[in-house]
Design a protein around this ligand. Structure first.
Ligand code: BGC
Length: 416
């Protein structure tokens, strides 16, 4: 039996060892809905299993605008969190401020370059160095439908074109149910808008108008048609839509109060958390006219420069965990997205995720893969914010003519 004095030394050694490596990670995110909270809970568990302390910094508000405002004030005060959910071109802006940590040591050890699609790795790097770790791939151009509601309304299958969609929506209305569950917040208006533009104009037009911000495309008849279609959708929403959170809109579809919702596949996280099965209880289909296209939205965590050695170690472990097999599977099963890490087995994933995975690969080849403007993937945060406001004003104010809506959006797109 080990002598007590020896045991005490051993215990002291282990404790000193763990004190040197265990640190705290403060993680800023906006994952507060049922499905989202479950997903981020998995990351917390993994970090805790490595002996680290998880400090949750959740700022409610779908789409993350509120979280970004809070983040700015923390960084300006010289007190950034270890990691924050920052995406797309926003990563470059933060890196340019000189506040992000270099993650190359972890990235090299974990072979990120060979595990990520090149387009994703590029977004995670600033001047060739990794400054962020990607979590997933969300598809934004989805239409969610309640199977029973469609049955009750006599809609045989998910509409594939906007004409079919409006015919189906009329039937749902006639059956006394709400055709479209919408949450009237600017980013949700914008999310619906980008799917309409993609469906009406196709991927090439979307790329010209909403990624390149080409004025000719932005003022074209296709944009006019897009705004007409967008406005028409509003007449199928209920009067209580303004201000509603996206997950409450999803709940309306889950609870058979509404037929459809246009939302990214974080909505699937809500169906999953409610125990609903795709193909049986609900349908996931590409938004009308967008079957051959894919608006991608990659969530990622940028890491901030920290001074404390234990905190740095915890931060490195967080980055490694995010790209690890275990996290990529369990997180995405709950979140509704698909793993961003290449070569992952998809057998535990449902049919919607399998379709997303297949379409991601297919559209990357065909040119149908485009970045989501409503979710921080396509343009600078300043231009995105201005266009989002113009789109939302148009949605909310029926007195703005389609011609003026087109003009306002085109003007907003010149914001630098
Ligand atoms: C994020 C998702 C999140 C959604 C709703 C999106 O911008 O990428 O992870 O679930 O907003 O909050």
């Amino acid at each position: 039996m080990m002598k007590l004095s020896k045991l005490a030394t051993a215990v002291a050694f282990v404790m000193a060892g763990s004190a040197a490596v265990a640190g705290e990670v403060e993680v800023l995110h906006w994952w507060t809905s049922g499905g989202e909270a479950k997903s981020v809970g998995e990351l917390k568990k993994i970090m805790q299993s490595k002996g680290h302390t998880w400090k949750d910094f959740a700022v409610a508000g779908g789409g993350g605008d509120a979280a970004m405002t809070v983040l700015k004030s923390r960084v300006v005060a010289g007190n950034p969190p270890a990691a924050a959910q920052i995406k797309g071109p926003g990563i470059q802006e933060w890196a340019n401020e000189g506040v992000l940590a270099n993650l190359d040591a972890v990235a090299k050890a974990e072979k990120w370059d060979s595990l990520l699609p090149g387009v994703v790795a590029d977004v995670m790097k600033y001047k060739g160095n990794y400054v962020a770790a990607p979590v997933n791939v969300h598809r934004v151009n989805w239409m969610w439908a309640n199977a029973n509601v469609l049955k009750k309304a006599g809609v045989a299958s998910a509409p594939k074109t906007w004409d079919e969609f409006f015919a189906a929506a009329d039937k749902v209305k006639a059956a006394g149910l709400i055709p479209v569950a919408h949450g009237g917040q600017n980013w949700q208006d914008f999310t619906t808008f980008e799917s309409v533009v993609l469906g009406v104009g196709g991927a090439k037009f979307y790329q010209d108008a909403l990624v390149k911000l080409d004025q000719k495309a932005l003022t074209s008849p296709t944009m006019t048609k897009s705004l007409e279609t967008f406005r028409k959708i509003k007449s199928y929403t209920d009067p209580a839509a303004p201000g509603r959170d996206w997950n409450l809109a999803t709940a309306m579809v889950i609870q058979e109060k509404a037929a459809f919702q246009f939302m990214g596949d974080w909505a699937k996280g809500e169906f999953t958390a409610a125990g609903k099965v795709p193909g049986k209880d609900y349908i996931c289909a590409a938004a009308p006219g967008t079957g051959n296209a894919y608006t991608f939205n990659v969530d990622s965590f940028a890491m901030f420069k920290l001074k404390d050695a234990a905190a740095q170690k915890a931060q490195g472990d967080l980055a490694a965990a995010i790209m690890g097999n275990e996290f990529q599977e369990v997180f995405n099963l709950n979140k509704g997205s698909i793993p961003v890490r290449l070569g992952m087995k998809m057998d535990k994933f449902d049919d919607c995720a399998k379709l997303s995975s297949k379409d991601f690969v297919d559209t990357a080849k065909s040119g149908g893969l485009v970045p989501s403007i409503a979710h921080g993937m396509a343009v600078s945060p300043a231009a995105e914010g201005a266009i989002k406001d113009a789109v939302s004003q148009f949605w909310n104010d029926d007195k703005i003519s389609v011609a003026d809506g087109v003009k306002n959006i085109a003007k907003a797109a010149t914001t630098k």
